[in-house]
Design a protein around this ligand. Structure first.
Ligand code: 6PG
Length: 477
């Protein structure tokens, strides 16, 4: 017998993905650098389906039916290159190497190009949903050739999460690095979502005076409405949780330093290169890094702040409703920014990514899954070339309806000294986009003054320069 798919790298994600394939009726060849892990998987989960345990790279490759589908689930970066170097020489034209790790899309583009010379299809694939998703159905974002998707797609569709309407949460995102690019932006949006939720929590706690358990209930209620999402759901769980050792709320015994493995940072770095303003995502990344500067924070403890004002119960309840509006409005902005980045990447690299399909495959399985994504899909279905999510009528109307409360929340946050970088950046983006005139005109004037960088006029074509150091007459540049 031969395997329809092989998985090498049997840490938790690889192991669960292999089990997912097997549970869906595929014969799965297994390989791991240390063979003990392979054995352990077969011993523990062998009853779930057909596995072929292999030890050497040669055995592993030989166990796969042709064209081969070889999934690598190792650490992004050098370990991935090492595994490719090990397996590629053993493979033949038409075979596929599928990288399901969180690779940087630029690495994926390079690997795809290198392997193409050998006629091997390299399929950089975003996989989201954590351990549980990998096992029960992740959201899958494959790049690579159309040909590879024809062979691999049906299998991925089978093991993927399904959206509420039953459609599989996988699509051929686009060529070469498109899948990993989209996964990167997914993670950037994930960071932004998490930051916005965190700010909502802190406002409910510090301004409204609610306890973690009460806030958990508020989030639970929100989760039955338009904010219905996995991240809101787990937020309620985390906030409800009580530390067994101390009896304190779990959230009060965890060190307040957020870590990151890098995908959110990449989203911002690439956005800078592409000139896409992803300010909400950037603030989320910076908020994590600020939280980690414990010395800086300790040294700043004496800085003056406002005196807090306690809210009455009725005021607190009303404030919570306003926070829901602020959270929703800010969320619309971070998705607007994220989708702008996907569109810009698609344009830059010629990927022709269908934004509606991206929203569609994020509806289930992934960390940012949310009822909301079905509405984004609908917006792009109505108009595929929507210039911005904010230009969709429904979203524009909703954010317009939320803006008064959104501003009120930021007034309260500012007055009470609660940092809300995500909410604030989102509102600034919103106000900047709708502004008639931006102070960028002044910036241009300054640039022209000190560096003769020239400017354009509102009333005539062409570039101009004012002779600032002389008689201040204007010349055509
Ligand atoms: C997912 C997650 C996953 C992972 C992130 C977390 O989509 O399943 O995004 O990829 O949990 O790497 O990233 P940080 O460690 O950077 O928070």
């Amino acid at each position: 017998t031969s395997a329809q798919i092989g998985v090498t790298g049997l840490a938790v994600m690889g192991r669960n993905l292999a089990r997912n394939f097997a549970r869906n009726g595929y014969t799965v060849a297994l390989h791991n650098r240390t063979a003990a892990k392979t054995q352990a998987l077969v011993e523990e989960f062998g009853h779930e389906g057909e596995f072929i345990a292999t030890e050497t790279a040669k055995e592993f490759v030989a166990a796969l039916e042709r064209p081969r589908r070889l999934v690598i689930m190792v650490k992004a970066g050098e370990p991935t290159d090492a595994v490719i170097k090990e397996f590629a020489p053993l493979m033949e034209p038409g075979d596929m190497i599928i990288d399901g790790g969180n690779a940087h899309f630029a690495d994926t583009r390079r690997r795809e190009r290198e392997l193409r010379e050998q006629d091997i299809h390299f399929v950089g694939t975003g996989v989201s949903g954590g351990e549980e998703g990998a096992l029960l159905g992740p959201s899958i974002m494959p790049g690579g050739s159309q040909e590879s998707y024809a062979s691999l797609g049906p299998m991925l569709e089978k093991i993927s999460a399904k959206a509420k309407d039953g459609s599989p949460c996988v699509t051929h995102v686009g060529p070469d690095g498109a899948g990993h690019f989209v996964k990167m932006v997914h993670n950037g949006i994930e960071y932004a979502d998490m930051q916005l939720i965190a700010e909502a929590y802190q406002l409910l706690r510090d301004v409204a005076g609610y306890s973690p358990a009460q806030i958990a209930d508020i989030f639970r209620t929100w989760n039955t409405g338009r904010l219905d999402s996995y991240l809101i759901e787990i937020t309620a769980e985390v906030l409800k949780h009580v530390d067994a050792a101390t009896g304190k709320p779990f959230v009060d015994v965890v060190q307040d330093r957020a870590e990151q493995k890098g995908t959110g940072r990449w989203t911002v770095q690439i956005a800078l290169d592409l000139g896409v303003p992803v300010s909400g995502i950037a603030e989320a990344v910076f908020a994590r890094s600020l939280s980690g500067h414990t010395e800086l924070r300790a040294a700043s403890k004496e800085l003056a702040g406002p005196t807090a004002r306690a809210l009455s119960e009725a005021e607190a309840g009303a404030f919570a409703d306003q926070v829901e509006q602020a959270l929703y409005a800010s969320k619309i902005v971070s998705y607007t920014q994220g989708f702008h980045e996907v569109a810009a990447g698609s344009e830059e690299y010629g990927w022709d990514i269908d934004l509606g399909s991206v929203a569609a495959i994020w509806r289930g399985g992934c960390i940012i899954r949310a009822a909301f994504l079905d509405r984004i899909r609908a917006a792009y279905d109505t108009r595929a070339d929507l210039p911005s999510l904010l230009s969709d009528k429904t979203f524009a109307q909703e954010i317009g309806a939320a803006q008064d409360d959104w501003r009120a929340v930021l007034v309260a946050a500012t007055q009470q000294g609660v940092p809300t970088p995500g909410f604030s950046a989102a509102l600034a983006y919103y106000d900047a986009l709708r502004a008639d005139r931006l102070p960028a005109a002044l910036t241009q004037g300054q640039r022209d003054f000190f560096g003769a960088h020239t400017y354009r006029r509102t009333d005539r074509e062409g570039s101009f320069h004012t002779l600032w150091g002389a008689d201040r007459s204007e010349v055509q540049a």
